[in-house]
Design a protein around this ligand. Structure first.
Ligand code: PAF
Length: 289
């Protein structure tokens, strides 16, 4: 595995890959790799000659009260995991390499951001698309891989690629789950044994919603109410939100039709869990209302 820390060397290596006609799959991360990241690498491995993984904790996407300094970092462990997973090129720049002159131009995301988690993290997605714009230019991948656990990020990145004509395919990689349905997350370790037993209810509630929607119950409010009630009745967590939008546009639709996302966040004592499900409905279904 080739490890590169500066833009010049990266550009040179990418130029060589391109010259020899190799296709490039790109997995951008902030490191501290877990199974979710490994599934993105695995997917990229299947489809491309070359897999590029970036590890860069991007200061621009952290708010003033968020944990940029405390964000977990373990370069040595990440390096081993990346190599084992079959990464060809690991790009690990320092902050000055990516932001050498401060910021003369930044990106501002106008749509898909004022819902779900984005509503509470002002500027977060501006930071995400700014760094991705830089990384996409440097790496020039054919495809970039993103996990659907962060569905809102996927929606925002798809908007970026579309609006700015990046010739890059964005690949949505499904959420990795435990056997009982709980979405894998590094935060699951903060659940108490009792909360861990309750947590699969989140996925069950999404399945309940899917079943209802697919049987023709197409009113947002009543689906949201049923999901909220199930979580409230069967877990000790507090529902932060249950929201339903068109996906990836992230706007309310009534009656539900086309591709929709049902997303939720639940606060347990020491862990806030998020999960979501995408449901594809034919346009005709709306006539059931
Ligand atoms: O999902 C992440 O880890 C980050 O938001 C990303 C896409 C690497 C941009 O910094």
């Amino acid at each position: 595995m080739n490890i590169i820390t500066n833009n010049e060397a990266l550009r040179e290596q990418i130029r060589q890959y391109k010259q020899s006609g190799k296709s490039i799959g790109f997995v951008p991360t902030m490191g501290y790799l877990h199974e979710g990241h490994l599934s993105l690498i695995e997917e990229a491995r299947k489809n491309h000659d070359i897999v590029v993984l970036s590890i860069f904790v991007n200061p621009l996407q952290f708010g003033p009260n968020e944990d940029f300094e405390r964000y977990p970092r373990d370069a040595e462990r990440d390096r081993k995991l990346a190599e084992h997973a079959g990464v060809d090129l690991l790009f690990m720049p320092v902050v000055d390499e990516i932001y050498p002159t401060g910021l003369s131009v930044t990106m501002l995301v106008k749509e898909r951001v004022d819902v779900m988690c984005g509503r509470k993290r002002e500027g977060h997605f501006d930071g995400v698309v700014t760094v991705l714009t830089k990384l996409f230019h440097l790496v020039q991948p054919d495809s970039a891989y993103f996990g659907m656990k962060d569905a809102q990020q996927v929606a925002v990145v798809e908007g970026l690629v579309q609006d700015y004509f990046f010739p890059i395919e964005i690949v949505r990689v499904p959420t990795i789950r435990e056997e009982d349905g709980l979405a894998k997350s590094s935060r699951n370790v903060y659940l108490s044994p009792q909360e861990r037993r309750e947590a699969p209810i989140l996925f069950k509630s999404l399945q309940l919603a899917k079943g209802l929607v697919e049987r023709g119950h197409l009113k947002r409010d009543s689906i949201i109410r049923k999901v909220t009630e199930l979580i409230h009745d069967e877990t000790s967590g507090t529902v932060d939100y249950v929201e339903i939008y068109s996906f990836p546009q992230m706007v309310p639709v009534e009656p539900l039709q086309g591709d929709i996302i049902i997303a939720l966040a639940v606060q347990f004592d020491k862990a806030r869990l998020i999960d979501n499900m995408i449901i594809s409905l034919g346009k005709k279904e709306s006539q059931h209302v």
